[in-house]
Design a protein around this ligand. Structure first.
Ligand code: SAH
Length: 475
């Protein structure tokens, strides 16, 4: 089976760097199901193609398969389409041979990782169970131009009709790692035959690869069910996690539908306007940036970019990154910052990351300061453990700022009915003891010191409306 990846990005040979493969060599790896080769049939500055070619050993597959009953269709085990049809085995080979590229890691071209590149993927034999309509329904919402030709069952016997296989070209302009995750998840979905490797950890794999885009895909439920075929409870678990993990899913979906759902942010900001709490929060965080003399800052869950706008003109800040799981928020942030009209020096400071806080991402590392302003309360509490590891253990900045509402103060908002949270998407709102206990625990576990501050005018009993923790890495 074959997958060819072509780019016309200049220089096109950057593709080799992004795939961690030298274009002049053939890279072969033996797998349990056969051998995977990566090579470059076409290499020039203008155009470069990498091919992933997988030789499947169908007999070996059967030999390694556990629990196959002797009564199972015996011929089927030996005579099947696995050697040539793009299937879950191709995804497995992608993970084995292109894992770093798919994870968005590039030692030689880190600056290219997030850059949309012109890409064409060719799959000469893609099974499309569900036909061309499904093929289009899966890829077009992700921005692909789909070119598909259905293959006959047998070229010599046209009367036998069409096969379920298509020769497919998918064109897009997207960061390579993101496009690879699309293929990784969607190829097995199109194939829809039983995978040999569906297990508990497949939920994590699916979510890890699909997190930034799957939650809002119009075919989300079909994708998850087919991907986790024969394991309904796993599929339900995955859908649950997709729906709850991403604070912006419902909002984004509503916006994409064109329905006029009230924006949660608006509600929150109206509520807090009298205090101009939002500005006080930004000022408080900017003051921390100043006092720590942080020169590089990553704003995790940057939303519409309010903090970035505040930090951008600061002289001491030379590198600034906005990250969010919501595509739409990033778009709005770009508009808010109006970068095209900023001096080049400021434009060069800023970059964007579309990613998620609950999956390890090497691109979060290397900053003086990471900020999480009104973000943690948008995640389900059981997922905070992962967020902590992603931030404190893997990204490991020199300092971290976390702000979150102080729930006790809600009694002072006349417009807020008792017991309601400040934002419809908040999963929890904590008291000061709750927040401080959580923060202290993270600090102890990961080797940080932590101090606390209230933001906004404090009530004598209820405290300040916003609470802030400032973590500093201990030597
Ligand atoms: N920090 C911004 C936005 C706060 S709203 C501000 O103060 O204005 C919370 C933000 O967290 C939203 O933009 C939401 O998209 C983002 N978010 C929610 N879950 C996330 C996740 N798992 N990974 C990254 N960002 C997430």
């Amino acid at each position: 089976m074959l997958l060819a990846i072509t780019t016309t990005h200049r220089p096109a040979t950057d593709l080799g760097y992004l795939l961690h493969k030298h274009p002049e060599r053939v890279h072969s790896r033996r797998q349990s199901y056969g051998v995977a080769h990566v090579f470059f049939p076409e290499v020039s500055e203008e155009r470069c193609t990498a091919a992933l070619f997988v030789e499947v050993d169908p007999v070996g597959l059967v030999r390694d398969r556990k629990g196959t009953s002797a009564s199972a269709a015996l011929m089927d085990q030996y005579v099947n389409d696995r050697p040539y049809a793009a299937s879950s085995l191709l995804s497995a080979a992608m993970a084995d041979t292109l894992g770093s590229a798919m994870g968005g890691r590039s030692a030689d071209r880190p600056e290219l990782v997030g850059v949309p590149l012109p890409l064409v993927f060719s799959l000469p034999t893609l099974p499309c169970r569900g036909g061309e309509r499904l093929l289009r329904a899966l890829f077009e919402p992700l921005g692909y131009e789909v070119d598909a030709r259905q293959l006959p069952l047998d070229e010599r016997s046209p009367s036998w009709g069409a096969s379920p296989y298509f020769s497919v070209q998918l064109r897009t302009t997207a960061p390579l790692h993101l496009a690879l995750t699309h293929l990784y998840v969607l190829i097995p979905v199109l194939d829809n035959s039983k995978h040999y490797w569906v297990g508990e950890d497949e939920v994590d794999k699916l979510l890890a690869r699909g997190e930034p885009w799957l939650g809002t895909h119009p075919q989300r439920d079909l994708i998850v069910r087919r991907y986790l075929k024969h394991r309904r409870s796993l599929a339900d678990l995955a859908i649950d996690r997709l729906v709850v993990s991403d604070g912006s899913t419902a909002e984004d979906a509503a916006t994409a539908d064109g329905t006029d759902a009230p924006r949660g942010d608006e509600q929150e900001h109206r509520l807090e306007r009298s205090l101009s709490l939002n500005e006080r929060r930004l000022e408080a965080v900017a003051a921390v940036v100043e006092s720590l003399q942080a020169s590089s800052v990553i704003d995790l869950g940057c939303g519409e970019g309010r903090l970035l706008k505040q930090l951008l003109p600061m002289k001491g800040v030379v590198r600034l990154t906005g990250m969010d799981v919501s595509h739409r928020s990033l778009q709005l942030a770009r508009e808010r910052l109006n970068l095209d009209r900023q001096p080049q020096m400021l434009q060069d400071k800023l970059s964007w990351l579309h990613s998620s806080l609950v999956y390890r991402d090497a691109r979060f590392a290397g900053y003086d300061l990471a900020t999480l302003v009104e973000v943690i309360e948008h995640l389900d509490e059981p997922r905070l453990g992962m967020l902590s590891r992603v931030v404190f253990e893997f990204a490991r900045p020199k300092a971290v700022v976390v702000t979150t509402p102080n729930v006790d103060y809600n009694a002072r908002f006349p417009a807020l009915p008792a017991g309601r949270m400040r934002h419809p998407d908040h999963r929890f709102e904590w008291t000061r003891p709750q927040f401080q206990a959580w923060a202290q625990q993270q600090a102890d576990r990961f080797g940080y010191a932590v101090r606390f501050e209230g933001i906004g005018d404090a009530d004598a009993h209820l405290g300040a409306p916003t609470q802030m923790a400032v973590f500093t890495l201990q030597p």
